[in-house]
Ligand binder design. Structure first.
Ligand SMILES: [Zn+2]
Length: 98
């Protein structure tokens, strides 16, 4: 059985086979990146919710975190990057974006 994650879509928790890319706090309705230092410190597991996309989080009434500034579509960028890494594992790539 594939592992399932609970993510929130338009305020409704749904099952997903993909892990959320953003974590939010049910208490203060703020969401951020999974590696956000502030989120890691403040988020209590019982208050934590996950979102697959930036849009899902915003549509669920959450505000972007001011510490890590989650950006729209970072999730898809991340996936594209993972894809590239898989395809070109031997070539080291430097990010040209600034
Ligand atoms: Zn944050």
């Amino acid at each position: 059985m594939p592992k399932q994650y609970t993510v929130v879509r338009r305020g409704v928790p749904v099952k997903s086979r993909r892990k959320g890319f953003y974590a939010g706090s049910r208490g203060d309705k703020i969401f951020g990146r999974l590696d956000c230092p502030s989120g890691l410190r403040k988020l209590k597991p019982e208050n934590r919710v996950f979102f697959l996309t930036w849009k899902d989080a915003v549509e669920s009434g959450y505000r972007p975190c001011k510490v890590c500034h989650p950006l729209p579509d970072v999730d898809s960028l991340f996936e594209q990057k993972q894809d590239l890494i898989r395809k070109k594992k031997k070539r080291s790539r430097k990010a040209r974006r600034k």
